[in-house]
Design a protein around this ligand. Structure first.
Ligand code: DGJ
Length: 727
């Protein structure tokens, strides 16, 4: 990768074998976005665009009526100077004046990566993996600087964030400060977003752009189940394999805002960053503020190309730690099998049964701590319930381990119940307004993580439980959103900082704990995928994908999640039927087929399984372990764009290309059966593959071009899986 600056044309060119990103300094002041896409050799500045004398245009250079900021393609637009589209930043001074004039004022080209302070980001293992461009914008009147950082890697990826530095003598308030802005010259795109709800996360929505704008946002305090900080721009007709895609994702777990805004004259503006709603940051003289990092992936190979780039990047350069490259254990989680009805005896029986089936980790979910028999009490009191665990937690963990299985535990550290010792001791530690009764959600309140004392308490409380060394897994849950924004810790003038400070506090807590307990596997959860984002993955390398464990619903959820996130980050469990969320009964084999596309777990009462079902589960686990490396670290392909057509299919190719796992799920059986033809992807066309079960040989070219024909199964929710080996 390289970054060049052509002095004469004032052109920055970031490039590698695959992509080019071009920025130009215009009129010695303004940054123009020239290009982001497939690699070009050189930007010749031959295209003299956007210089027209148009109505209602403000002209910052009075003698040139053809130059207006409103019609230019901008890189990081301000407010109040005649660009009437959405600004990337805005300030307010003590007197309520919001005007500012930030102009270009130099650059640096650096080898390696510059990271945003205190925030998760794409990291590098060596400086040779990346190059960074730092561009300075300066307001000389107010003595403020904004530094724009662009990092280019070997893959088709550019990451961006911005840093604001107050060099002045007066404090200012940052009212808006997005991570990225990019204006593109055409509206010929489909916009793809991932929206949803609790138990229906990450549904894929795609629509052509009209003259209107598309906005996405969360103001819930987390990235949320409702929206995902992701925008996909697809050239018309783009499919899984073909077409141009530009995907922008934010590495952040809090409130965000993103938009694709149509300009008056056929251009668009793409933005992503912290949600300016309920945000403000007091920047005192000498201090700085960094935005979260945005990841811009470019693909010429359709959605699959985009996803594969995100997967590789997130798996190897966002996820960290001991588990990054290690296979994840098959687990049994107590929640859907027992809910709050747990105790030592039950857990030990479960451990025995689970170990006997080949399960490697027993996770004790909610209900283990002091007085926690319903969801109305005890959050914050992270010591065991003596009635349920008379010998204590550590003794239980030890006994579970002696049964040949690892032990893991559930926490919801960011929360507090009114009915808890912690609340009685520290009523001022909750997020609330000083004037009104705080609003409950799931009977609980949110701890004020902007307060360092609260963060210290959390680190301490969780550490005390983990320190014995017998707990090898933590499920970190978060089951409500932020209301009544108010902090007893922050000054009045800093109250608008609360939502972002909450996220910063959380990141600090997670950083400390994951560093302190490097061999504990942390899985994040927020009522399922309510905070399944790249920010959390920086600390916790896997996420509970959804509270919806129904195999059919999971097809859609995992399909949407796979747009951005690799299989190894997705927790997926086989649960009981009728399913607890939707009441559906699906075959055990299909529940497994769907869960086996992620990190496999079971979440049911093993006692209720028949002898035959137990045998089936034992075989499933053995089979999963055989193919686990491929599932968790292989390349994942969505097949046939087929979800809407009563089916879903995917194949995963192992890192060395030797193994291929293909799965097809038919949703409803139909009488007038039409044989689905599914073409596999990512295979070697010149190789021969052998079906491990039947010994049947297939050419890689046959499988990819002619495809597999799915035999008829007269049963709803049936599945077909083939494991193929390259010969
Ligand atoms: C929500 C999670 O998503 C569930 O899996 C379970 O852990 C419950 N919370 C426990 O309260």
């Amino acid at each position: 990768m390289q970054i060049s600056f052509e002095e004469e044309q004032q052109v920055f060119h970031l490039y590698n074998d695959k992509i080019s990103y071009v920025i130009q300094v215009e009129k010695q002041r303004y940054l123009k976005h020239c290009y982001y896409g497939k690699r070009i050799k050189r930007w010749h500045s031959g295209i003299k665009d956007y210089y027209y004398d148009r109505g209602f245009c403000a002209n910052p250079i009075a003698e040139d009526r053809t130059f207006s900021l409103d019609t230019q393609l901008r890189e990081f637009p301000e407010s109040g100077q005649g660009d009437f589209r959405s600004p990337a930043y805005e300030l307010e001074d003590r007197n309520g004046d919001k005007n500012a004039r930030f102009f270009y004022n130099g650059y640096r080209i650096l080898s390696g990566k510059i990271a945003p302070d205190g925030l998760p980001h794409v990291y590098t293992d060596a400086d040779t993996e990346a190059m960074t461009l730092e561009i300075t914008l300066q307001d000389k009147v107010r003595n403020q600087r904004i530094l724009l950082y662009y990092t280019i890697y070997e893959d088709a990826v550019v990451t961006r964030f911005a840093k604001w530095i107050n060099d002045g003598t007066e404090p200012i308030e940052i009212c808006r400060f997005l991570s990225m802005n990019m204006d593109l010259p055409t509206q010929e795109y489909d916009v793809l977003t991932l929206s949803g709800a609790h138990t229906e996360e990450k549904n894929v929505y795609r629509r052509p752009l009209c003259a209107d704008s598309v906005t996405i946002e969360s103001s819930r305090g987390t990235s949320s189940p409702q929206a995902t900080p992701f925008i996909g721009l697809l050239s018309p007709g783009t499919t899984e394999e073909q077409g141009e895609v530009l995907g922008v994702n934010l590495i952040y777990s809090g409130n965000f805002y993103g938009c694709v805004q149509c300009g008056q004259y056929g251009t668009i503006r793409v933005q992503l960053g912290i949600n300016p709603y309920q945000f403000g940051w007091q920047l005192s003289p000498g201090s700085s503020f960094c935005t979260p990092e945005a990841v811009l992936v470019y693909s010429v190979n359709g959605l699959a190309g985009m996803s594969n780039t995100f997967h590789k990047l997130y798996r190897t350069r966002v996820c960290r730690g001991w588990y990054r490259d290690r296979e994840r254990p098959v687990l049994l989680n107590s929640w859907e099998g027992m809910y709050f009805e747990i105790n030592e005896e039950k857990m030990l029986t479960l451990a025995e049964e689970a170990a006997e089936l080949g399960i490697e980790l027993l996770v004790m979910d909610d209900g283990w701590f002091k007085g926690r028999n319903t969801d109305t009490t005890s959050l914050g009191d992270w010591t065991e319930d003596k009635k349920k665990f008379p010998d204590g937690l550590q003794s239980l963990a030890k006994k579970v381990k002696q049964k040949g299985i690892d032990f893991g535990i559930w926490f919801e550290p960011e929360m507090i119940s009114r009915e808890s010792d912690l609340y009685r001791e520290h009523p001022d530690w909750v997020i609330r307004s000083p004037f009104y009764e705080p609003i409950l959600s799931r009977h609980q309140l949110v701890l004020d993580l902007s307060n360092p004392a609260v963060c210290e308490y959390l680190i301490d409380a969780v550490s005390k439980v983990l320190v014995s060394g017998n707990i090898s897994y933590v499920k970190w849950d978060m089951n409500r959103h932020l209301t009544d924004l108010g902090s007893a810790y922050l000054d009045r003038k800093n109250q608008n900082e609360l939502s972002h400070r909450y996220v910063l506090g959380l990141y600090r807590v997670m950083e400390t704990l994951t560093e302190r307990f490097p061999q504990v596997l942390f899985e994040s959860c927020s009522s399922g995928g309510g905070r399944f984002d790249a920010g959390m993955l920086y600390y916790m390398p896997q996420t509970w994908t959804s509270d919806n464990t129904d195999a059919v619903c999971r097809l859609k959820i995992q399909h949407g999640t796979s747009l951005l996130f690799p299989t190894v980050t997705m927790g997926a469990h086989v649960s009981a039927c009728p399913n607890h969320q939707v009441g559906r009964t699906t075959p055990l084999a299909t529940r497994f087929a769907v869960a086996a596309a992620g990190n496999l777990g079971y979440e049911l009462d093993l006692k209720k399984l028949s002898k035959e079902e137990k045998e089936e589960v034992r075989e499933q686990i053995a089979e999963y372990k055989r193919r686990r490396r491929t599932v968790q670290f292989g390349t994942y392909y969505r097949l046939a764009d087929s979800f809407q057509e009563n089916q879903s299919a995917w194949n995963i190719v192992s890192e060395d290309g030797m193994e291929v796992i293909f799965t097809h799920v038919q949703i409803l059986a139909r009488s007038a059966y039409r044989v689905p033809v599914i073409r596999l992807k990512g295979l070697d066309p010149d190789a021969v593959y052998i079906d491990c079960e039947t010994g049947q040989e297939y050419g890689g070219d046959e499988l990819m071009y002619a495809g597999i024909r799915i035999p008829r199964i007269r049963q709803d929710f049936s599945s077909t899986t083939m494991v193929l080996r390259k010969s």
